[in-house]
Design a protein. Structure first.
Length: 367
């Protein structure tokens, strides 16, 4: 195998592909990326057996076809350390990959290509096309609520719910829930639900680089595959039953609070400085026209903020994890946030005023 490529052109797809590769692996070959030259096309593939990304590059100068696996992190670090605008020359010989650039020369060990695993092809159930920007928005507005390493493994990912007219994403960690959807025509028989694992969602989000370009999603029995202009992404699906999220949506909310999203977010962020570092609890005191935010901690320190809001009703006191509120107000995009409540023991429903495309539920805390 022999080829040359511009360093800056090569570095971007290598970074995205290497992001999938885990530092510590049970199989040594999983620490490597697979490089394949076929004519003028270079394919770079990385996998951790759950998620696989393949980047494609068109080469001006390909001298010899072939395939090889090389250590992902070392190759990435070499490329990053070389000056911008450098030209890289790759050649392989005697189980070694040589990288030359100017006066620099690096010799990397390789592992057999036959050991490198690939996700098996399987028949697709259905496929859809949408704009990368649409999928990016769904991921951005819900991914923060995914669980991390929860024993309820089905929470460590995102639910994609598809019907003929809607694509909806839902994530929850048991304390909060994020839901966002777009209206789009989908050729699907009945309603479909799949759970994409957390790592798959994060890596897919990094590939959505051009909002106006199309991404094709192919849904199979146990994995989902995505095609963009320069990348192919594959992720296994979580085999489990996602909770019935409709049951946790507050049904009766007789108290509505509307206020400036940015003002509320900044006030929550400031009071969080003196909240309990472990539990992150703050107390909200609602009265006519104002919201008082109070935080204190075991060191007897206290923060207090008062924000003007649109609220008319009886006085209400309720506790929340301040991080959950800040996360929601960060991903909302409207000027005004609406918080719907019923009493001090019930969940809050947060959304943009006048829009229900994205909805968020936050459980209260006992303080």
């Amino acid at each position: 195998m022999k080829f040359s490529v511009d360093r800056d052109y090569f570095l971007k797809p290598l970074s995205l592909v290497a992001g999938v590769v885990e530092r510590r692996q049970t199989l040594p070959v999983l620490s490597n990326v697979l490089l394949v030259i076929n004519g003028s096309e270079l394919m770079i593939t990385g996998t951790d057996l759950e998620v696989e990304i393949m980047g494609r590059l068109e080469l001006d100068d390909s001298l010899e076809d072939g395939e090889i696996t090389v250590p992902a992190k070392k190759l990435l670090d070499i490329c990053k350390s070389l000056p911008e605008g450098s030209s890289l020359e790759f050649s392989s010989n005697d189980n070694k990959m040589t990288v030359k650039s100017g006066r620099s020369r690096f010799s990397l060990s390789t592992l057999p290509v036959s050991d490198f695993p690939t996700v098996e092809e399987s028949a697709s159930d259905f496929r859809i096309e949408l704009l990368q920007g649409q999928l990016r928005k769904l991921i951005d507005q819900t991914s923060f609520a995914m669980a991390q390493q929860d024993v309820r493994y089905y929470l460590n990912g995102m639910l994609w719910e598809l019907s003929r007219s809607r694509f909806q994403a839902v994530a929850t960690d048991g304390h909060r829930l994020a839901m966002s959807g777009i209206d789009t025509e989908i050729e699907v028989e009945g309603d479909k639900q799949i759970i994409v694992p957390r790592k798959g969602i994060i890596e897919l989000g990094r590939l959505l680089l051009d909002e106006e370009k199309i991404i094709e999603l192919v849904f199979c029995t146990n994995h989902v595959r995505a095609y963009t202009e320069n990348y192919t992404f594959t992720s296994k699906l979580i085999d489990g039953k996602f909770p019935d999220y409709e049951r946790v949506m507050p049904k009766v909310c007789n108290k509505a609070v509307c206020g400036s999203r940015q003002e509320l977010r900044q006030a929550f962020a400031r009071t969080s400085i003196l909240s309990n570092e472990k539990y992150r609890g703050i107390r909200l005191v609602l009265s006519d026209g104002s919201l008082q935010i109070v935080a204190n901690n075991p060191e007897q320190e206290e923060a207090e903020e008062t924000v003007s809001v649109d609220y008319n009703g009886e006085k209400l006191e309720i506790g929340f994890n301040v991080s959950y509120l800040v996360d929601v107000l960060t991903v909302l995009s409207g000027e005004t946030a609406k918080i719907s409540l019923s009493d001090s023991n019930s969940s809050a429903l947060i959304e943009e005023e006048g829009s229900s495309d994205s909805q968020y539920v936050v459980m209260p805390m006992r303080l």
